[in-house]
Write a protein that binds this ligand. Structure first.
Ligand code: SPV
Ligand code: MG
Length: 393
């Protein structure tokens, strides 16, 4: 039995990337799901948390419905529309190169709504979607009890419609079984597993809200690894990871822990700043600002600016202001004519201001007669001792 559980699952030839071509994100996820080793994917709920999951070395991202909803400030009850979720997913996919498995809840309606969702997810470079066999609008599995389940045939139609609509052959449709959570028992869970597998699901999620993993482990043994099984050990977190490995689990989802640490971190810093009214003991406890710019990819923008941004040559101006202006008699005895005052501002000052206003900030003034009287701020001066013989230019 154990050898059947740990036997290598084979990818269909269809999903193999052509020689020399980078596999799509969907193909990477398909390989993960079908690999004989236990793999892990981690929750993210926006572009930033998706980057952090990738940075930590995870091979895939769980775009959790609970977390994305909570980060948007709404309930995990399909209060955010599917296109609003799609917007978030687009940021997450653009920000990362590892595959994203999306929590598609119940598929946002019937088979028709779901197949449109699948097409849009393929367009956005999402690697797969997981749908659960409950009713729209969904309720989080950890709330209440005995939530109604979808009719098996109706749900199988949804899976088939999704598979027929995907535009990336390696896109993954994962069917999530809620029979254990809803109290319908192991036989019903296995019956559903069989039906969803036959309908074309690429993998199954078997979900449980018990504090121990017994029912999950039993399901995996009974299922015998006929298709990849994903588990979400949120409530049965005490179970050693090797127990899942031993029963041939394909993938573990850490479903909401980036959201929950973010809540804790934001609460803590807000509470302390409200109380302490100073950053003195806070600054060293938060991510440095440089880290924020690094995560945002500012270094790349700087390089791109060097490559693409037009460089404006800075222009300068030279003002010839060396002569006395002897025709003005006594008025220019102590200063050159450029420094004569016209309604509170010298002629030179007026010239310099006009040049500055047109973007010419580098102004050089050629001085000569009473050069020491030319004392405007923000200009350079050069002295022409021979101004009397060299003329204006
Ligand atoms: C989610 O992360 O939104 C899930 C997993 O659906 S759970 O909350 O465990 O149901
Ligand atoms: Mg969910």
């Amino acid at each position: 039995m154990v050898s059947a559980l740990t036997a290598k699952r084979q990818s269909p030839a269809l999903d193999r990337p052509e020689q020399g071509r980078t596999p799509s994100k969907a193909a990477k996820l398909r390989d993960m799901l079908q690999s004989a080793d236990l793999r892990f994917i981690m929750e993210a709920h926006n572009g930033l948390s998706a980057k952090i999951v990738q940075e930590a070395g995870f091979e895939g991202i769980w775009a959790s419905g609970l977390s994305v909803s909570a980060a948007l400030g709404v309930r995990d009850s399909n209060e955010a529309s599917w296109t609003q979720i799609l917007e978030v997913l687009e940021f997450m996919a653009d920000a990362t190169s590892i595959p994203i498995l999306v929590d598609g809840d119940t598929g946002y309606g019937n088979f028709n709504n779901f197949r449109r969702l699948v097409q849009k997810l393929c367009q956005r470079g999402i690697a797969g979607v997981c749908i659960e066999d409950k009713l729209f609008p969904k309720t989080n599995s950890f709330l209440g009890s005995h939530q109604p389940l979808a009719d098996i045939d109706e749900f199988c139609g949804k899976i088939k419609a999704g598979k027929d609509s995907q535009t990336d052959a390696a896109f993954n449709i994962v069917a999530r079984i809620e029979a254990l959570i809803s109290g319908w028992g192991m036989d019903e869970a296995l019956r559903r597993a069989e039906a969803f597998h036959a309908a074309g699901a690429d993998a199954l999620v078997i979900h449980s809200k018990q504090s121990g993993a017994e029912e999950i482990l039993t399901f995996c043994r009974e299922w015998g690894n006929r298709s990849p099984v994903i588990v979400i050990p949120t409530t049965y977190y005490r179970t050693p990871t090797d127990r899942f490995r031993q029963v041939g689990v394909s993938t573990i989802i850490w479903a909401n822990h980036n959201l929950r640490i973010a809540i804790q971190g934001m609460r803590e810093v807000s509470r302390r700043l409200r109380q302490e009214e100073t950053l003195i003991d806070i600054e060293d406890t938060v991510a440095p600002l440089g880290d924020v710019f690094k995560l945002a990819g500012n270094a790349e923008l700087e390089q791109a600016e060097d490559r693409y941004l037009a460089k404006h040559k800075s222009a300068g101006a030279i003002l010839l202001a060396a002569t006395r202006g002897s025709a003005l008699g006594d008025l220019t005895r102590a200063k050159p004519k450029c420094m004569l005052d016209v309604r509170g501002t010298s002629i030179l000052q007026r010239h310099v201001a006009a040049l500055n206003n047109h973007g010419l900030s580098d102004v050089t003034v050629v001085t000569g007669y009473k050069a020491e009287a030319v004392n405007l701020p923000g200009i350079k001066t050069v002295l022409n001792d021979a101004y009397e013989t060299t003329g204006e230019a």
